[in-house]
Design a protein around this ligand. Sequence first.
Ligand code: PXP
Length: 242
Amino acid sequence: MRLAVNIDHIATIREARKTDEPDPVAAAVLCELAGAQGITVHLRGDRRHIQDRDVEVLRRTVSTHLNVEMAATSEMVRIAQTVKPHQVTLVPERKDEVTTEGGLDVVLHSGNIEKTLRQLLDARIEVSIFVDPDLEQIRHCHKLHSPRIEINTGKYSDAVTRGTGNPAAELDKIATAARAAKKLGLTVLAGHGLTYRNIDAIAAIPEIEELNIGHSIIARASLVGLEAAVREMIALIRNPRR
Ligand code: PXP
């Protein structure tokens, strides 16, 4: 199971002062040196953290795999067609949200997602769609020929970390969704809200090929350093405590 580190928060610190440090490009290099197999950034419509230039420079400097999360808008498609990251993950976006709040409703937005998928795949960019662990959504991703999905682990994470909901039931939904998606031939990724404390059960799901983790790693990095934080997470993913 691979780890892709979401480095948005590095840009959040920089944007807090509208200055030029810390640089997400330097953070990406350190993550890769520590063993991360991918770098993820979210280019938001409001550019609250990652900027267009970050994506352009990261495309030239990331030596593993650059995944850019974006909304399925014509502006974002144009940027992706120009920059050509290795992968785009389509996510829902709401202006006043603190972070991505849930999976994309692929059934509701079917027409736009199908068009966006085709434009990105035609530009030879891998595409993944961030979806809730819901079988109808997953079947619809397959119907639209999405090669990959990222299963939203947010509800499971909240159930463990905040005590909202039933962790075992949420975990079961993720495992069932991962099995179903794999059976349909989709590449299965997962992420959102994962931490050093709730990663074990997710890391033990064999169908999941890659995890996208941001907040928890960057939070720990602020205390112990980025390389140590990435290495600790990789160790937990490779040897989950069962
Ligand atoms: N996956 C997606 C689609 C996301 O939007 C985010 C947050 O940007 C993550 C994973 C990472 O979530 P977290 O920062 O909670 O680890």
